[in-house]
Design a protein around this ligand. Structure first.
Ligand SMILES: [Zn+2]
Length: 497
């Protein structure tokens, strides 16, 4: 019987067929489209693709010098570092304010605060503004925003263009992570809620083109789980722990994107609204001044293909450039009224090894502003800080007091020594640049809304990120209170963010 079977040709045909089918199905099953290697030339070609998605991740309160890819000694951010190494990393990025709402309004509109005029708790983005999500939605993208910071909530105008714009509900598993942390929470939930909601959104939109905005808050909140409790117990250390935890959330998001076969058709951008101070200039937290520790933020773009080596841009750029760049990369209509510029020519010049080829983009000064009275009643008036970075200098001026500070990054990267008293000519030059810049303010909107917030809500928002989260440990509480007393003595302006 076996002999007869082995002698029959049909048996071998059948066996071969089974083998072929097995190979076919195995191939089929593991055939998840992966990112392939690309070149600088492929970046320009993105604009003509009809299949691209966009994931836009804002990690609130993330200063760039705490990431490995930006030279930090601790391994806080392996995932972001991998994205940077095979994508595009901007070394010097200026946020447009150190307070979330002002900074995010500039990021989304591509307009400097001089023109958005959003510098106070009651300000909002008007309906007539055209925001990037509106452009993407009109181009057929499913648009979703998952945010955990109340300053970007819909009542301030930030939901324009989003099909879905929600603050993800805190989940049970998330509560366990919070319990592992040593801090009292100012807002409920954590970034795992946002990450899981994002994954759910991607699963439900596998066959759509989508734009997904994630605004993560755990670095702002100094929140992390036991696995990321790696770097110590000081405020600065637990800030690093939180970066590690958020980096792991980004890792699982990207892992899921790959599993779903979207990696070769999705652009992922990571940005931040401002940094965080650890008493470099006397205060902690943010939304108080415009020094480098609160103003220098990361910007990383991962493409639907990987580059070897990745592109590093050294030239100082600004958060107002982010959306003009993304829309240009994707071949979408540009942002009306944007004062930022597409960085594509700079990216190509950097890839060619000579950023000066990018012309004006390579030498532009960038600006930021902060009304230190953003949390006070309107009648108090503005207490305006304005800063200009025209490398190698940063110049900061406060109105109405006229206080001035000038730093030279060539000899003083940390901005510790105010050289204004000895460099009068440079101060004058910077004053002139600032005067021109402010004179060119161009608000394209007619009707700026005044957003009513009741006292309780304002209190909650002002408390959001008040200096640093409160430590539960009584031993640390004394240390915390002493720091707060000192900080309060040093600054008369509101201490909230
Ligand atoms: Zn923020």
């Amino acid at each position: 019987m076996i002999r007869r079977l082995l002698d029959s040709a049909a048996f071998y045909y059948l066996a071969a067929l089974v083998l072929l089918l097995a190979v076919f199905f195995t191939q089929f099953e593991i055939e998840i489209p992966k990112r392939s290697q690309g070149t600088v030339l492929d970046i320009r070609k993105l604009a003509s693709r009809e299949d691209l998605n966009l994931i836009f991740v804002v990690i609130d309160t993330l200063r760039s010098d705490r990431l490995g890819s930006y030279g930090y000694a601790r391994n806080t951010s392996p995932t972001l570092d991998r994205m940077a190494a095979s994508g595009i990393r901007f070394e010097n990025v200026e946020s447009q304010s150190s307070w979330t709402k002002a900074s995010m309004a500039s990021m989304w509109t591509g307009m400097y605060p001089r023109s958005t005029r959003i510098d106070h708790f009651s300000d909002g983005i008007p309906e007539e503004a055209v925001l990037p999500a509106e452009i993407l939605r009109d181009e057929g993208f499913a648009t979703a925003g998952l945010y955990r910071n109340g300053w970007v909530s819909p009542n301030f105008g930030f939901s324009q263009g989003f099909d879905l714009y929600v603050s993800p509900k805190p989940r049970r598993r998330a509560a366990q992570i919070e319990a592992e942390s040593n801090l009292n929470r100012q807002i409920r939930g954590n970034d795992l809620d946002a990450t899981e909601s994002a994954v759910e959104f991607m699963r439900n939109h596998q066959h759509d083109r989508f734009m997904l905005y994630l605004h993560l808050m755990d670095v702002h909140q100094y929140l992390y789980d036991a696995e990321s409790s790696l770097f110590g117990t000081s405020y600065s250390d637990i800030y690093d722990n939180a970066i590690h935890w958020v980096d792991r959330n980004v890792e699982s998001l990207l892992g899921e994107m790959e599993e779903l076969g979207m990696a070769d058709r999705t652009i992922v951008v990571v940005a931040s609204d401002h940094g965080e101070a650890f008493r470099e200039h006397g205060v902690e937290g943010h939304a108080k001044d415009l020094y480098r520790e609160v103003q220098s933020v990361p910007l990383i773009i991962a493409l639907p293909f990987w580059l070897d080596p990745g592109i590093e841009v050294e030239t100082r750029v600004a958060n107002v450039d982010i959306w003009p760049t993304i829309l240009d990369l994707m071949g979408l209509p540009s942002l009306p009224g944007a004062e930022g510029q597409s960085l594509l020519p700079l990216i190509e010049a950097a890839a060619a090894g000579d950023e000066s080829q990018a012309g004006e983009l390579a030498t532009r000064p960038v600006y930021s502003q902060l009304n230190k009275r953003w949390g006070q009643p309107l009648e108090e008036g503005a207490l305006d800080l304005v800063a200009i970075v025209d490398e190698p200098y940063r110049f900061i001026r406060m109105e109405p007091s006229g206080m001035k500070a000038l730093f030279n990054h060539e000899s003083d990267a940390g901005e510790r020594v105010n050289v204004a008293p000895t460099e009068a000519a440079k101060v004058e030059e910077m004053e002139q640049l600032l005067a021109n810049f402010l004179a060119e303010a161009a608000t394209p909107w007619e009707n700026m809304p005044t957003v009513e917030i009741d006292a309780m809500r304002l209190g909650q928002l002002r408390a959001l990120g008040y200096s640093l989260p409160q430590v539960r440990d009584p031993k640390r509480k004394g240390e915390r209170e002493a720091l707060e007393r000192e900080a309060a003595a040093e600054t008369a302006a509101p201490d909230d963010h």
